[in-house]
Design a protein around this ligand. Structure first.
Ligand code: S3P
Length: 177
């Protein structure tokens, strides 16, 4: 596949799919920097994602995500970039991601998300009366957008980190879906 000018490797996928933990390991392996859009926003804003949702609502957070991607366009690659789970839902963001580099969608089953995130209070979208149902509903809604925005899709269910890393490195190199 023809490499893109900025050449970042961008990880997308639902909450709990391992974008951050896999991203950090990938950055060690490739010896390139790691950046997490949620952390970038929290630093810029000097408050947590939960506080932003509570104080200004989801839409304001979504605008901050777009701004983060625009800022990233000015940064030299390659870097490994982990994104928030809802970021590829905006068309504008999907286009920005494609400009930034190769987009890797880390796909996993809703049941696995639920097993991983039960009791988690750091994700405002899951602090609702039926978080398990919410995971299924949101995943159904989001799946087409993750797929549309991805250059490479990697299934992560039941795989060790090393196996996922091998697959990402190999497939990003070949640019295969
Ligand atoms: C969100 C996912 C979170 C964070 C925010 C909203 C979402 O990031 O951006 O809570 O809409 O799925 P992670 O995917 O890293 O949990």
């Amino acid at each position: 596949m023809k490499r893109k000018p900025t050449d970042h490797i961008i990880l997308t996928g639902f909450m709990g799919c391992g974008k951050t933990s896999i991203g950090i390991r990938l950055s060690y392996r490739l010896r390139i920097p790691f950046l997490d859009t949620d952390k970038w926003i929290e630093k810029e804003q000097d408050r947590s994602v939960s506080q932003i949702f509570a104080q200004e609502g989801e839409e304001a957070f979504r605008r901050m995500e777009t701004l983060a991607l625009e800022k990233l366009l000015d940064q030299e690659g390659p870097q490994v970039i982990a994104t928030g789970g809802g970021l590829p839902m905006r068309e504008e963001n999907r286009l920005l991601l494609k400009k930034l580099g190769t987009v890797v969608y880390l796909r996993l089953r809703p049941q696995t998300v639920w097993e991983r995130l039960q009791g988690d209070t750091s994700r405002p979208l899951l602090c609702r009366p039926d978080p398990e149902g919410e995971i299924r509903r949101l995943m159904r809604l989001r799946e087409p957008f993750y797929l549309e925005g991805a250059d490479v899709v990697v299934d992560v269910d039941g795989k060790a980190y090393e196996a996922v890393l091998d697959e990402i490195v190999e497939r990003v190199r070949k640019g295969r879906r």
